[in-house]
Design a protein around this ligand. Sequence first.
Ligand code: M6P
Ligand code: ZN
Length: 183
Amino acid sequence: MKLMETGVLYNPQSGKVSGKNVSKSSRQLKHMEGYYEDTEAFRSMDPETPVYEVLMHAQEEGNEGGLLFGTSYLFPGKVGNEYFMTKGHFHEIKNRAEYYWGIQGEGALVLMDEKGEAKVEKVTQGSLHYIPGHIAHRLVNTSDSMLVVGACWPSDAGHDYGTIEENGFSVRVKEEDGKPVVK
Ligand code: M6P
Ligand code: ZN
């Protein structure tokens, strides 16, 4: 029997996923209206400023039992004193869990349950983060270089952005005296 190529490549150093069934999405500041606390600082910035990009390998999107795989690239930057972050989400099918792992850079993973109780984990190269179901998750880049984080989650999990858009996370990660603080 001949060994088959999968047609997909993963570079563990850079997190790059390429080849078959791989797509890329980009978020700029203009996609994040209302997410940052300092609305004046937000308005003074170029709306085209890149905040993060996601490479995703989707062999079977939406299927119960399937898995999705991706890498998030979060640019360094701040809006006022609040670090660049992802939108963050609960899963649409609420009990669906997810793994995140640090590939490059330094940051924070904000986790919040449905009552608004938050927990923040430090993300570094090699750190592994298990995100149980019913927990909202957001990445924050607390460094001045790119934060690269891998992810694997159930194909049917879906993204509930609405709950976060309405209520936000109960904590924010900001820079104070040159260091990240959770407030
Ligand atoms: C990870 C996964 C994706 C998610 C992406 C960006 O790669 O959790 O499902 O879409 O991060 O995060 P968000 O959807 O919150 O903007
Ligand atoms: Zn998720």
